[in-house]
Design a protein around this ligand. Structure first.
Ligand SMILES: [Zn+2]
Ligand SMILES: [Zn+2]
Ligand SMILES: [Zn+2]
Length: 346
């Protein structure tokens, strides 16, 4: 007898079949780490000349961190974090020829910014094993670039994301995240905005605040600290997917306080560490959902979504936009909860 369940996302009009009939254990998903690329790494220290000049570097200076950029042919060395333009940008800055008053994205050149945030000078130092202070630098660099780029008139959205391992799209194994700005709000964000606005109009409450309160005390809860709650979303489309949601209601992650940055670093360290130990350092992607429109302040709530890449979307998913997940979010949460707990005891 089929006991599979159909579930709809909290916000999106997106459906998933939780196919527990095909029940799998975490060990069924463990893959062999891909062979290390032995090419010279352009993101490693001393290879700065192999990349475009940095738009931001953090340098340690006595007790504090100095923020600089590469200019006049000078490449800063001994950096803590380095942000560079992507060599093959998806969106590129406007030139004099671009008419920025035109608002139609369909017919325009892809105008914007595409940057690479090099998270650490150490080639093998990923957030799942990184020192908290290093992860705080990375988060701080995200916010510095978000602040600068979101002021530009042609930037309507800033997407900050990470691809981990080749299987999840990382072309270089050196720890890095990326940032892409777009001249319009991408579909998933637009849908989340619309759904949370409708909810606000009906209930005068933030949908995410409600979800957070419910999930913090339920079977999909994974972890929390002073500022963040982590849970497996009700309609996860990826096995072992989890979301990190701030307790403070804010639509834009730029509003994060210093304490919240530290707490986010801790959350990412232990949760990505738990994922790593549970599934032998699996490939994953993560993306921050944060929005710029001022009027979204009340109804939108920024968050981080983490998608382990453990299954392949095939004919059904690609042709319907509906998904099959063979691990229930409740089972995923139970496994992740103990793996993350073990990380916090390290
Ligand atoms: Zn490297
Ligand atoms: Zn909220
Ligand atoms: Zn989201």
């Amino acid at each position: 007898m089929a006991s599979n369940q159909v579930r709809k996302d909290y916000l999106l009009n997106r459906w998933v079949v939780i196919a527990t009939e095909r029940k799998k254990r975490p060990t069924d998903f463990v893959t062999k780490p891909s062979a290390n690329n032995t090419d010279v790494c352009p993101l490693c220290p001393d290879n700065e000349h192999m990349t475009p000049p940095a738009v931001l570097v953090y340098l340690s200076s006595d007790e504090t961190v100095k923020k600089e950029k590469d200019q006049n042919g000078l490449c800063h060395k001994n950096w803590l974090v380095r942000v560079i333009p992507n060599m093959y940008p998806v969106f590129a800055p406007p030139t004099k020829k671009d008419d920025l008053t035109k608002q139609s994205p369909e017919s325009e050149r892809a105008v914007g910014h595409h940057e690479v945030i090099i998270e650490s000078p150490c080639h093998d130092n990923h957030p799942s094993t990184m020192k908290l202070s290093q992860l705080v630098y990375t988060i701080s660099a995200y916010l510095d670039r978000l602040a600068v780029l979101s002021k530009k008139s042609y930037v309507k959205h800033v997407s900050i994301f990470r691809n981990h391992r080749k299987e999840a799209g990382a072309s270089l194994s050196h720890p890095h995240s990326q940032l892409i700005t777009s001249p319009f709000i991408p579909t998933i964000l637009a849908e989340e905005l619309k759904a949370s606005k409708n909810y606000w109009n009906k209930n005068s409450k933030c949908l995410f605040c409600d979800v957070l309160n419910k999930e913090a005390a339920g079977p999909r809860f994974i972890w929390k600290n002073n500022s963040f709650v982590v849970f497996a979303p009700w309609a996860s489309i990826n096995p072992f997917e989890f979301w990190v949601v701030p307790k403070q209601h804010k639509s834009n992650m730029l509003c994060m306080s210093g304490g919240e940055m530290h707490d986010l670093a801790e959350t990412m360290r232990v949760c990505l560490g738990g994922l790593r130990s549970l599934l032998n350092d699996p490939p994953y992607n993560f993306g921050f959902h944060t929005v710029l429109p001022e009027d979204a302040k009340n109804y939108y709530h920024w968050h981080l979504e983490v998608y382990p890449k453990l299954s392949t979307w095939a004919g059904f998913e690609k042709s319907t936009g509906m998904f099959i997940n063979t691990v229930s979010p409740e089972d995923a949460a139970a496994e992740l909860r103990s793996a993350v707990q073990a990380e916090t005891n390290l």
